[in-house]
Design a protein around this ligand. Structure first.
Ligand SMILES: Cc1cc2nc3c(=O)[nH]c(=O)nc-3n(C[C@H](O)[C@H](O)[C@H](O)COP(=O)(O)O)c2cc1C
Length: 381
């Protein structure tokens, strides 16, 4: 949250609000964070924690600690390096990086800078040919996992952006010029960093598609491109075009977790899109235990959203998650200090995770079991 405060000072207010804001009254965003505060540890002492091992595996591959850099669209708006900075920092931190369909650096650019694990997040566009082409490009570039995001049948109403008439890239009007003068380091970087565009769309063959070079209203753009007819059949379709693991991101109920498990999906990310989609959606952390009870070990479970401290990661794992994921952590870091800020964000989370393990008497991730925490609110579905 210190990185958030620095990002707030460094970024023009419209850019900060694009990152920080959420749907409607932002209650789901707030509750996704405070729900962690409602869970307390049951610490054990005198357990010799001189050696702490934070490593774990997810989808059969190792990671330094159980956190994944979530996909974030239009990342270059915070800093011209954009997704390159996040991917490099994730690689150095030993955690997977997820590239958004709406990224401002391409699949191939990411593969060139991050020798670590790269995942590709897929929005299902009306043009299935374009979706298929992007998925194949991700495979060819060595990405190991695809992440269809399923909570965006239509775009959530992010009222901070609506009130401002926010467009990406920001249109240059009097307000922007005044904001630019008040935030000189961001403005210099923005003006010298080259045009921002949806790099994956622009790189697609024969795409006469709008790639974001012209100012766009993100909500209108997404609503125009996204396919609201998306269904579980499409998830099965991904099987026919992709050989590796699939993470379905945006599961928000026990009933849907069961369907994913029945379909043999490798992992689900329980997520409300950081509170940016359905206002009133449940805090992800509260669904972890009931979903784990319902599906057993059928799929791996990722808790996505509201992670602001390493201790939150311990709580999510104690309740049954295999790993956690977050977007604003790295985006605030990027806005605060570019790649160094992202590195700090991942470093803070890793250090805090290790410290919370030590203070709970936990030496390895496998020791993080349900008896580490007091039970959260009793949600059953
Ligand atoms: C600025 C911003 C842009 C995002 N863009 C995408 C995106 O393009 N695709 C996607 O699946 N999720 C996107 N998300 C959601 C994140 O992947 C993730 O679910 C969310 O940030 C988790 O909540 P947290 O920010 O509290 O960690 C975005 C989130 C933010 C804050």
């Amino acid at each position: 949250m210190d990185l958030r405060a620095i990002a707030k000072r460094r970024l023009p207010s419209g850019v900060f609000d694009y990152i920080d804001g959420a749907a409607e009254d932002e209650r789901s965003l707030a509750r996704s964070m405070t729900a962690f505060a409602d869970i307390e540890f049951k610490p054990r002492v005198l357990r010799d924690v001189s050696e702490i091992d934070t490593t774990t595996t997810l989808l059969g591959e190792p990671m330094a600690f159980p956190f994944i850099a979530a996909p974030t669209g239009f990342t270059r708006i915070a800093h011209s390096e954009g997704e390159l900075a996040v991917a490099r920092a994730a690689g150095r931190a030993g955690i997977p990086f997820t590239l958004s369909t709406l990224s401002t650096r391409s699949i191939e650019e990411i593969a060139a800078v991050n020798p670590g694990r790269n995942w590709f997040q897929v929005y299902v566009w009306k043009d299935r040919g374009l979706v298929e082409e992007m998925v194949r490009r991700a495979g060819a570039a060595g990405f190991d996992t695809i992440v269809p995001t399923v909570d965006l049948a239509t775009f959530g109403r992010r009222e901070r952006d609506v009130r401002r008439g926010f467009e990406l890239p920001p249109k240059i009007g009097l307000d922007t010029i005044v904001d630019g003068i008040r935030h000189p380091s961001w403005t210099w970087d923005f003006l010298t960093g080259g045009p921002i565009r949806f790099a994956n769309v622009a790189a697609s063959e024969g795409s006469g598609k709008r790639d974001g070079t012209d100012a766009i209203n993100l909500a209108a753009y997404a609503n125009e491109q996204l396919d609201p007819s998306l269904s579980w059949d499409d998830i099965e379709w991904f099987r026919s075009i992709w050989n590796g693991p699939i993470v379905v991101k945006g599961v928000q109920s026990v009933a849907d977790a069961r369907i994913a498990a029945d379909l043999g999906i490798e992992a689900i990310a329980i997520s409300n899109h950081g509170g940016r989609q359905l206002e009133g959606s449940p805090p992800p952390i509260e669904l972890i235990a009931p979903v784990r009870d319902a599906i057993g070990d059928a799929c791996e479970i990722i808790c996505d959203g509201g992670i602001r401290r390493g201790a939150d990661i311990v709580k999510a794992l104690a309740l049954g998650a295999d790993a956690t994921m977050g977007g604003r952590a790295h985006f605030f870091g990027l806005g605060a200090a570019g790649e160094r800020g992202v590195e700090l964000a991942f470093g803070f989370l890793h250090d805090e995770f290790r410290r919370a393990m030590a203070l709970n008497g936990l030496r390895s991730v496998s020791e993080i079991t349900p008896d580490v925490v007091s039970p959260p609110r009793n949600r059953t579905d």
